[in-house]
Design a protein around this ligand. Sequence first.
Ligand code: SF4
Ligand code: NI
Length: 694
Amino acid sequence: MTKLYLSYRETLKGRKIKMTDVELAKKRGEEHLKEILPAIEKTFVYDDTAYHLPIAFALTGTAVHDQNTAREVFLKTGNNPIVASEFLLAEKTAKRGRENAPYTGFIADTVIRKLGYSLVDGSILGLALVIGSSESPGTAAAICRELQEKYMLTFLAGPVIPALLNNGVRLGLEYRLVPLGSTPASGVHFVDVIARVAMMFGGVTPGDAQRLLMYAAERAKAIVIVFPGLSDDEIALVDGMRLLGIPILSVGDYRGGAWIPVAAEDAVRKGMEEKGIRVNVTAIPIPMGCSPAFEGKSIRKEEMYVEFGGGRSPAFELLRTRPAGEIEDGRVTVIGPEIDSMKEGSANPLGILIDVAGKSMKKDYEPVLERRIHNFVNYGEGTWHVAQRDLIWVRISKEAVAKGVRIEHLGKLLASKFRMDFPQLLDAVAVTLITDPVKVAAAKKEAERVYEERDARIKGMRDNDVNTYYSCTLCQTFAPNHVCVITPERPALCGAISWLDGKIAYEISPAGANQPVEKGTEINALNGEFDGVNRFVRKASHGEIDRCSLYSVMEYPMTCCGCFEAIALMLPEVNGIMVVNREFKGVTPSGMSFSTLAGTIGGGAQTPGFAGISKNYILSDRFLQGEGGIGRLVWIPSQLKEELRDRLEQKLSDKGLSGFFDKIADETKATTFEELIVYLEKVGHPALTMKPLV
Ligand code: SF4
Ligand code: NI
């Protein structure tokens, strides 16, 4: 290859062409890639994706797995250097296997789907690629930190990764710093992520290159920051990303081209400006970082200084409305010992009381706001929170305590975040943190009374009791024609939004993504089809979807955006319906894995026979109503079965179906149709004798 470079350089010299560095390197890189591409051997394939080689697939609609197709597709894309790089990397991955830790290599479809939701709800504002080798690791660390704090999801490629690690920066998806691979060439995964986001959520059909480029340029908020040290090939790869409308910020000594030269400290700001990514973060005066970037991190036992709850000590949280005059906004009170008088490694009692006031605040909103405590505590760089109500488990890390974090700061964080995130709703927020054991016990009793009251209010609410359902079109950012209709008995497919949430969101922001849907006249009671719902869906889907039944998988099911917690699909061979959840990695009796299935039904389409659902919907009386009820359920993964066991068994016995739980197969009973049929016959599953599905 050196020879190729040399001769190429000679040619250029001979012709006395004057080119700037980037352009020259790019030309050489492109030549190089074109030259070596025919040498690609045999097959290449990525695991964990239904999108083949995603960039080539998105651009041409062709699934590339062998050399001949590769060559064809390469020509079709006009010798695109990114496509060439994708082939080279895929071949390498197929040959040598994935790169080892800490590198992630190719990112699986499932990860991207989760990501999609964060992009939708604004907890990720955009995507960044940091590539090359930073001269000083401190500079790279500062850039990454700024990207974290500005809600960006950052991918890293090449020598910058070990440099960051040596500088004590923690990497991983949970920190929103994803180390793709040891070489800058792995930066091509950044592009295959964008290509899949476009196909999964953006309604981009594979092969529609025009639409893909438009999507990438307008919707995908992506930037690239380049450090020095890239080879010609790598420069060609990065420069190719400009085609996708991605600004290339150069912190290196590259000259020329259309790259934007910047000083390191301006790179993030400038890049975000270029893409119009606006971030509104006000610093909270506490001695630890606070950002959704830290939400996914955990604090392990060895890393924790103290913990609260989690079955080790009594703990609870409660948010309640108070008359405006009774609350001093921003006031934080700690009742009981501070962290200094707690033993390292100990479990302590804790009560988190959030008192709020606001003219438009209502009692109904309390549980919805209370659930945000979980997010906010996890935003703290050294604080961690799981579960809710009196089941909470909170940890504060040693690192944070060493930096001066106290219980009081947890209160400051909560008070500030509630005020920042609900400006229209809340005029005053005060936080009380109780650590005194006797007082925690007393306050917890009171909290339990409130939980019960709330449950009684929501429980037993039926679809028939209300005339208005709520829509959600948050995911239209990605799936432009997707509409969720949320009813009391059918929570949203993403599991994140209940009917009450939709109602409250509408009341808080009437022009937002949740709108009231008047039910209208019944068209088909069993399937849950109403003319008002149809009218709404028709309009909100821009005329794409004509009819939508709320309780049927088979006839006019709801559209799927890609965020579903689980998929329900028909298995005509056994006259039943199976459900597979996102966490299940194996192949289901349908012959497909969750990710393959998800790849086929997402993007906002309506696919009869398939429905995206939330896990909790399985417990609803409306589940599979159109198909004859829960008796149709023939298979679910064992882990989901266990997760639902107590509640599902209760439900079934209420319906006089005790014993049915064990008739539902899982992967330990059947992994293929054949095995499933044998099992269902053995247990005498009711689906076998139900009305034929098709
Ligand atoms: Fe997306 Fe539907 Fe969840 Fe809204 S309710 S965020 S549209 S999946
Ligand atoms: Ni969605």
